[in-house]
Design a protein around this ligand. Structure first.
Ligand code: GAP
Length: 455
């Protein structure tokens, strides 16, 4: 019998790890996501629509947990950061001032023979990489989706679906500054949808045309911006560790002059090693006073700040941390995917896992389902639980291993004698007997230790 004090929780992230052993491929992951109800192709019954995906019962829970972990880390754990939820449709002048109307473009070329379209920056050769055909001259392509507001579709009603959530924060800078009575430095955090008419979407949910961002804009004194940039990039890297991502599969990439976005003076990417190579997971940028100065000039509203400690008035610089919800979720899935001889297992952190505890009566008789439902009702206030009484216990465990459920509780004949159940650990498959009335605390300790091991 074990108690809360001596339960040993298993953190497999300390297991010996070699890159050669990684079994994950995008094909296997896409298939698991469909099989287990994580992610479906959008409009599948009509043949699907390119680059659009729907989150199923487990996917939506994982997504909520990713956003909740970020929101907590950014707002609740920081006294100097407020939240915001700005609208997707904004005044079109916002996108002229921000530089997106003129500058948010990719150069694209088409193959004259097979008609395939490419982003110029992705090409090494001057002919089509697919068929060797001749390519058209490069053309600029603006990535913003256009729409019209109101009944008349003319230039006056033109507006855009936002390509980043950041601008909603900048145009509310004065509102938040005044209502929250803030002093610099302080930040504003927001989670929301963004849209980009990407020329080459792909790699499942890695690059899509509709996605969600988790962005935080930190307003600082101009001469301190690089110092804050360094602090935030470390803090953001640490956050990925706390949600269980292997540190050795992440790295920083500092942007060279030719890579910087039109608004950035310095920038780092946090990159992750996906099955298709090292790619950006999050961007951390020193945006200088680019955005606030342009909105001041364009709107006529001064976005300067009076610093009463130094007696100076200046336009704040902005240090931005910009992460993708979908890309973080993909990273968590890729990172967690593992195969053993007779099972596929998603080793998701219990903080992120869509279901925390699976509850199983060993058989559907002798009062076991009744006890198991009682256990379920006791745990559901604290955890997302899943009750399953159908099929062999081995198959029920395997299903939950693939779904990423970290703990399984089984009610068996011993339970009828002494009110204990088995608690099964997904990663090690070890089982321990625990008293029902200590179960909640034992699980809490397991969840806590797993998280602490990753930080
Ligand atoms: N406000 C700054 C900004 O938007 P970005 O580097 O263009 O910067 C930030 O995007 C993050 O948003 C990326 O690191 C990625 O996680 C996510 N993201 C950007 N474009 C995306 C797309 N087409 N599909 C999915 N996620 C995307």
């Amino acid at each position: 019998m074990i108690t809360v004090e001596d339960v040993a929780c298993h953190d497999t992230r300390d297991m010996e790890y070699t890159e050669m052993r990684r079994p994950v491929t995008m094909e296997k992951l896409v298939s698991l996501c469909k099989r287990r109800g994580y992610i479906f192709q959008s409009s599948e019954i009509y043949g699907g629509i390119n680059s659009c995906w729907d989150y199923g019962p487990l996917g939506v829970e994982l997504k909520r947990n990713v956003k909740e972990a970020w929101w907590k880390a950014m707002t609740r754990d920081h006294d100097d950061i407020d939240g915001l939820d700005a609208s997707i449709l904004m005044h079109p002048a916002v996108w002229r001032a921000s530089g997106h109307v003129d500058g948010f473009t990719d150069e694209m070329v088409d193959c004259k023979k097979c008609k395939e379209r490419f982003k110029l920056e992705d090409l090494d050769a001057t002919s089509c990489p697919k068929c060797g055909g001749e390519l058209t001259e490069p053309r600029n392509f603006n990535l913003m989706f256009k729409t019209h507001m109101g009944a008349v579709e003319d230039d006056a009603s033109l507006c855009y679906l936002r390509p980043e959530t950041a601008q909603g924060i900048y145009v509310n800078f004065l509102n938040v500054l005044m209502t929250s009575r803030r002093k610099l430095p302080f930040g504003i955090a927001q989670i929301g949808k963004a849209f980009r008419n990407e020329i080459t979407p792909g790699n499942f949910i890695f690059r899509t045309r509709e996605f969600e961002q988790m962005e935080m804009q930190y307003f600082v004194k101009p001469d301190s911006a690089d110092e804050h940039l360094e602090r935030w990039r470390e803090e953001r890297m640490q956050w990925y560790r706390t949600i269980g991502i292997h540190p050795e599969r992440m790295r920083f990439h500092e942007h060279g002059e030719d890579e910087l976005a039109h608004y950035a003076a310095r920038a780092y990417d946090i990159q992750y090693e996906f099955p298709f190579g090292w790619q950006e997971l999050e961007g951390i940028h020193n945006r200088t006073d680019f955005d606030l100065s342009h909105h001041t000039a364009s709107s006529g509203k001064s976005m300067t700040y009076f610093d009463d400690t130094s007696g100076e008035r200046y336009t704040p610089y902005i240090v931005e941390t910009s992460a993708g919800v979908d890309r973080t979720l993909l990273t968590a899935l890729v990172d967690a995917y593992d195969e053993e001889e007779d099972r596929v297992v998603l080793r998701l952190s219990p903080r992120l896992a869509p279901v925390t505890v699976g509850i199983f009566p060993l058989v559907k008789r002798d009062g076991m389902p009744e006890i198991a439902r009682r256990v379920r009702d006791g745990l559901r206030g604290r955890y997302k639980v899943f009750y399953d009484e159908g099929g062999s216990i081995g198959r029920r465990y395997r299903r939950q291993d693939e779904a990423g459920t970290p703990y399984g509780v089984t009610v068996d004949s011993q339970t009828l004698k002494d009110e204990t159940v088995t608690l099964r650990d997904r990663d090690s498959m070890k089982q321990e007997r625990v008293k029902i009335d200590e179960l909640e605390d034992v699980i809490e300790k397991c969840v806590r230790d797993w998280s602490a091991g990753g930080s």
